[in-house]
Design a binder for this molecule. Sequence first.
Ligand code: PEP
Ligand code: MG
Length: 585
Amino acid sequence: MQRIKGIAVSHGIVVGRAFLVGTAEQVVPHRTIQESEVPQQLERLHVALRAAGAQIAELSERTRRELGTEPAKIFEFHAGLLRDKALLAAIERRIGGTFVTAEQAVADQFRQLVDQFRRMGNEVFEQKANDIIDLERRVLGQLMGEQTSRLAQLEEPAVIVAHELTPSQAAAMDRSKVTALATDLGGRTSHTSIVARALGLPAVVGCQHLAANVEEGDTLIVDGNAGMVIVRPDARTLEEYSRLQERSRRSRAALRELSGQEAVTKDGVRIQLMGNIEFPEEIESVLANGGDGVGLYRTEFLWLTRKEPPTEQDHYEAYLHALRLLKGKPLTIRTCDLGADKYTQAQMEEPERNPFLGLRSIRHSLATPHEFKAQLRAILRASAHGPVKTMFPLVSNLMELRQGKLMIADIGEELADEGIPFDAQMPVGVMIEVPAAALMSRVFASESAFFSIGTNDLVQYTLAVDRGNERVAHLYNAAHPAVVYLTKTILRSARAGGIDCSCCGEVAGEPVFCMLLLGLGLRTLSMVPDQIPVIKRVIRSVTMEQCERLARRVGSFDSERQIETTLRDELRKIDPDVFGQWVAE
Ligand code: PEP
Ligand code: MG
C-alpha cells in the first residue's frame, strides 16, 4: 500500500481500478508484452513511423515554400533518420527481443542515439541530439495519440491515472465509465481540474510521482476531499474508505434537497446562482441543482472534441441544444478560449514558449477571423431562440473589445440582409481576468454590457503563478490581498458604469469565499453545477450585513494567510458539520 499526497481539486471519494494514460511529453509507460503481441506492436511502430514521415514531408514542403530551401534542409536529417534501416532494425529487435511496447522501444533506442551524439561533445552534434529528441517526440506523439481513442472506448469503470491529462483527452474520454481522475501535474484551476468538477468526478492532481508507481488494473482510492491517492490499499483501509464514501454521498444528497429553495440571504437579498458548463448536456445538472441558468459556457470544447474547427452549423446546433434544455433560462456564451493549456501545444506547428502569455482566447479568435466569424454568426442566430449573452475572454485592451463588437455588428447587418432572425440587442460583455482590464475596468464598463470576473486567470496573472503548475500551487491563492483589491476595483467600476458584474471563476463555487464575494457586492455567481447547493446553503445562513462587515475587515488585511484564516473561521461558525470538509487546512 502506498499513500501519495496531491492537491484536492474535486470533492468525493472513489475506489476503483487504474487506467493509465500517457502523453508524448512524459516518460513512456513501462509495460512488458506477451510474445503474441509482438506483431501488433511492430505494426503500430510502422504505422507511426509512416505517419511521422508524412508529417515531416509536409512540414519540409511548407517551410521550403514559405522560407526557402535552406531552412527546409533541417528536415532532411529527420527524414533521413526515419529511413535509416539500422535504426529501424534496432527498434524492432527491442520489441521482439525484450518484449516491450513500441513506445518504449522507440524511447530507449532514440535515447541511446542521443547519448552517443552528446558524448561527441561538440556543438554540431549537440544540435543533432536535439533534433533526435524532436523526432522521438513526433514518433511517440503518433504512438501515444492513440491514447485518446482508448479513452473514448473504455470497457469498464476506471480511475484515470496520467502524468498529465490534456484537455483534449479529458474531452474525449467516455464520461459514463470514468469514476475519478488522478494526475502527476496540474493545479486547482488547470482545465483538467475544471472538467473533473464539471463532471462531478473526484480528482486529485499534482501527485508528482503517481503515474510511475501505478500499474494498469491496480486498485486505487482517490480521496478528492483530502487530496490523497492510495495505491493498492490493504483491507482495513478499503473498509475505512467505504464508510467515508457513504458519508460523503449522504451529505451531498442532503444539500441537494435545497435545490427547490431560493438563494436568498437571511435579510432577503436574492442571489443569482448560475452554472458553468463545457458541454450542453451539463445543463441537466445545472437545473437539477437549482441553478438559474448558465453563466459561462466554455465553447472551446467544441474545438477540442473534433479534429477540424467547428463549422457555423456545429456551433449553432450546440447553442440551440443548450437553449432548448434551458427552457427560457439565460445562456452566457463565451467565445472561444483556445490557447495556453486548452490547445495541446503539440498540435501546433511551433509550440509557443510561453503559451499562457501567447496567442490565446480573444487574441486567437481575432487572428483566425474565419473561425471567429463562424462562431459569432451561430451565436447571433441562436439569440433569436432564447436569452443569449456573449462575452469575450482574456480581453486586455479596448481594441480587442471594439474589434469583437464591430464583427458582431457587421454580422448582424449580414443576417438582416439575409432575412435571418437574431436579437439585435444581444448583450456583449467581457471577462475581466487580466490585471490590465481590472485596472482599466472603468473604461471597459462604458463599452461593455456586463462584466464577468474570471478569477482563475486573474489570480494567475496578478500573482505571476501558473494556475496549472503543482510546484507553485502553494502560491496560487485567490485570498491574496492584491486579488481582493482588484475585485473591489472591478465591482466599483461596474457600479459606476451601471452594468451587471458576475463572477465565474472557481472561487464562485468555493464556500470559503462566498461571504466575501457577497460582501464585496457580487449578486451573481456562476460555478460548477455540483457546487450550487452548498453555496446556496451558505447564502441562506447569512445576512448581507454580516457579509459586508466581513468584506470591510478583510479589505484592511495585508496578508493572504490572515484573509484565508478569517474566511475559514467565518464559514466554520455557520455550521461546522456541513462545512467541516470545506475548511480543512
Ligand atoms: C477564469 O479564468 O476564471 C475562467 C472562468 O475562465 P477559464 O477557467 O476557462 O480560463
Ligand atoms: Mg479564464
